[in-house]
Design a protein around this ligand. Structure first.
Ligand code: MN
Length: 254
């Protein structure tokens, strides 16, 4: 009788070991697949037929995961930004607007047209935002913009502090901006929702945005949850000042 019991015990131990082993394998595979979370390709995203189309990214969603995670980038670009474009095209048709100049549309916007205001703002703001991000950013501006920043704000760090502060203090959803005013001077301002400083009376400082920081939760919540200031810190790790300079040159007509 002892021998069969021994065999059963040995068999149970083997089974137990096999189960544990397979459990470990499953768990480690699960963790690995989570780390390798698959995301789509931004080049596959296209807007519905309409006046405005989506501008493709020159980086992938996982270009800078330590600062902005790939899933956030994918949802932000392929759902939120795309949605604003498609809805804006519909609203422009409904309003009988034939202009294809987004700056002209926003500068002459009927602020009571809430649907167009939200979606045309959403289009312009995200066009600016996604162009500013880079995996290999220039960490400081040069030339005239650099000089003007020092003269206006004291230093680049002082400007960055003001931009972070404006973003952190914006209640609810909105944007923090660096704008070029009509007299060529620089100012920091903020707007709620998808408003921007081009829209009539939308910001305390009107002007042409050359840097915009999206502080909607959809821009950071998966990685940062309620820690908006941490997202604001890390935004400056992927902000390409070369693009801000190009925006400045365009704004002052150089
Ligand atoms: Mn956004």
């Amino acid at each position: 009788m002892k021998k069969p019991l021994f065999i059963i015990a040995a068999a149970l131990l083997t089974l137990n070991y096999a189960c544990d082993n397979s459990k470990t394998t499953t768990e480690s595979t699960g963790i690995k697949s989570e780390e390798r979370e698959s995301v789509g390709n931004p080049a596959d995203v296209s807007a519905d037929a309409g006046t405005f189309q989506i501008k493709h990214l020159d980086y992938n969603y996982d270009a800078f995961p330590e600062y902005i995670d790939a899933k956030t980038m994918e949802i932000h670009y392929s759902k939120h930004y795309l949605g604003y474009i498609n809805n804006m095209n519909k609203e422009l048709s409904a309003a009988g607007n034939t202009s294809d100049d987004i700056v002209d549309i926003l500068s002459n916007l009927d602020m009571n047209n809430t649907a167009l205001r939200n979606n045309a703002g959403g289009y312009y703001n995200h066009l600016l935002y996604f162009d500013l991000l880079s995996a290999n950013p220039e960490k400081a501006p040069t030339g005239e913009l650099a000089e003007k920043i020092d003269a206006t704000f004291g230093s680049l760090d002082d400007l960055i502090d003001q931009l972070k502060d404006a973003g952190a203090k914006q209640f609810g959803s909105g944007w923090s901006w660096l704008v070029v005013k009509s007299d060529g001077s620089l100012a920091v301002t903020a707007t709620p929702n998808q408003d921007n400083p081009l829209m009539p009376g939308a910001a305390s400082e009107s002007g042409t945005p050359i840097l915009g920081i999206d502080v909607w939760e959809h821009a950071y919540y998966l990685k940062y949850q309620n820690k908006r200031p941490e997202y604001l810190d890390n935004f400056f790790q992927v902000l390409d000042w070369k693009q801000v300079e190009a925006n400045y040159d365009a704004a002052v007509g150089q």
